[in-house]
Design a binder for this molecule. Structure first.
Ligand code: SAH
Length: 454
């Protein structure tokens, strides 16, 4: 399947914008989707990925479900029918790319010509964060792997086409070591046992590796010997953390942690800057594509060195810190406390003295700034899947930055937010999707908006 050429897509876009009736119908459909997808608050990359039921399905997005279904030949992945994590695992990459382009075109094509999606060269094993569920199968045998789609039944998985193989191997070793240390896996039904999940994060440049063992209680039998044995098998591990999650919840990580080995976090490099990442902070799961994403977003802003910019929903501070050399001042805002700590540390180690990290709800902070009549030249915003809020957008428009660069992981909520902000005096100038999640329906989009002349 070849990618439709520029002319064909442009003609398609023109036909679409001429067809007003269709436009109205699309909007009504979009509103319906918006309503049904209200409770989806995770980013694609943040979801407890292995086997959680996909709420944001192709069907829910108004697509023909048959379109994204794999053909009936043998799947590349032995557990694909049960896992449900990669809905596009058996679709060739050109088709995946075409479908994602169409998805973004359908959502925001009325506002702007969407540039061709940025593809990934090597599409496998890109995930730098891997989470495995530990528990029992139906016969009561201990297993680790994924939840079967839509259930809490665990399907054993040793290797996944998307995940970093070093992470997969470490998870297998931990699983095999547990019996000899008499450490039981957790049983969801009886709420007994200890190990609930293992999460591994790998840094693509520094090669550092963090292992987080999620336990139901604080005790950890033979902790020192266990750590010693694990490190002997995997000397590449740079830190091991015990996370305690004693709640009945679908969230993987709890709020308490003990560092068992190393510094309790990893550092990686992105776009020439160094970033500390702790277990509970958000970090994009595909580092190679993230560099492309950030470079384009910063390029869209066309910074001269004189601007005061904001990085809203900044996570560990990445976009603002990377942009800090190219502007006068950066205000970054983030709600998650662990991420804020990382972001402050990251500003320091990169000598980014012009970056201020604010721990606050992005909407509240934006409203405060607008009430104080502060000055802002460029706003970068990278909200979670649920998108931003009307109050945030209203306050942003009141502050009136010349440019807004919106980085979105959900074309539906992006379209909803563009609907609003274009009513508030902004024009959409450029847009490009970036494929950060091959074999899944996830897609990132970068949009440039400028303040209307009138
Ligand atoms: N820009 C960062 C993070 C994007 S993910 C990056 O590229 O890595 C979205 C971030 O928004 C997460 O770190 C999440 O903790 C944060 N967040 C979610 N709701 C928020 C809110 N209401 N106010 C501020 N930050 C929020």
């Amino acid at each position: 399947m070849t990618f439709p050429d520029h002319q064909t897509r442009k003609e398609e876009a023109m036909t679409r914008s001429q067809d007003k009736y269709q436009k109205k119908a699309d909007k009504a459909e979009f509103k319906r989707i918006k309503k049904s997808g209200k409770d989806e608050t995770f980013r694609e990359s943040e979801k407890p990925r292995r086997g959680r039921p996909e709420k944001d399905t192709d069907h829910a997005r108004g697509k023909d479900p048959a379109e994204a279904k794999p053909p009936k030949k043998k799947s590349r992945c032995p557990v694909s029918s049960r896992c449900g994590g990669c809905t596009m695992i058996d679709i060739d990459y050109d088709t995946q790319i075409r479908q994602k382009q169409e998805k973004v075109d359908n959502c925001i094509g009325d506002y702007v010509w969407v540039d061709p999606i940025i593809r990934m060269k090597k599409t496998e094993h890109y995930r730098n964060k891997v989470t495995s569920v530990f528990g029992f199968d139906r016969k009561g045998k201990p297993v680790c792997g994924i939840y079967r789609e839509g259930t809490h039944e665990i399907v054993p998985v040793k290797e996944c086409l998307l995940e970093d193989l070093r992470a997969d191997r470490i998870i297998q070793t931990i699983f095999e070591l547990l019996p000899s240390f008499k450490i039981p896996v957790y049983d969801e039904k009886t709420r007994s046992g200890l190990v609930r999940y293992v999460q591994v994060r790998t840094a693509h440049r520094t090669r550092e590796i963090m292992v987080t063992i999620v336990t139901a209680e604080a005790m950890f039998p033979s902790r020192n010997n266990f750590v010693k044995t694990l490190l002997k098998a995997h000397p590449e591990i740079t830190t091991i953390v015990q996370n305690i999650n004693d709640k009945e919840t679908t969230m993987v990580l709890g709020s308490r942690e003990n560092v068992l080995f190393g510094k309790g976090c990893i550092e990686d490099e992105l776009c020439g800057k160094r970033f500390r990442i702790s277990s509970r902070s958000f970090y994009q799961v595909n580092s190679l594509q993230t560099e492309k994403l950030y470079n384009i977003a910063i390029d869209y802003a066309g910074l001269s060195g004189k601007e005061r910019i904001m990085d809203a929903y900044c996570g560990i501070g990445t976009i603002g810190i990377i942009a800090s050399d190219k502007c006068r001042e950066v205000l970054s805002v983030e709600l998650n406390r662990e991420a804020v700590k990382d972001a402050r540390y990251n500003a320091q180690i990169n000598n980014a003295d012009n970056v201020r990290i604010v721990a606050e709800d992005a909407t509240r902070y934006m409203v405060d700034l607008a009430e104080r009549g502060e000055q802002l030249d460029v706003l970068f915003m990278d909200p979670p899947r649920s998108g931003s809020t009307t109050e945030f957008l209203r306050a942003a428009a009141d502050l009136g930055p010349k440019k807004i660069v919106y980085v979105s992981c959900n074309p539906d909520t992006l379209a909803r937010d563009l609907d609003q902000i274009t009513e508030m005096g902004y024009d959409v100038k450029k847009a490009v999707p970036v494929d950060l999640f091959p074999y899944t329906t996830g897609v990132e989009t970068i949009v440039l908006m400028t303040r209307s002349k009138s």
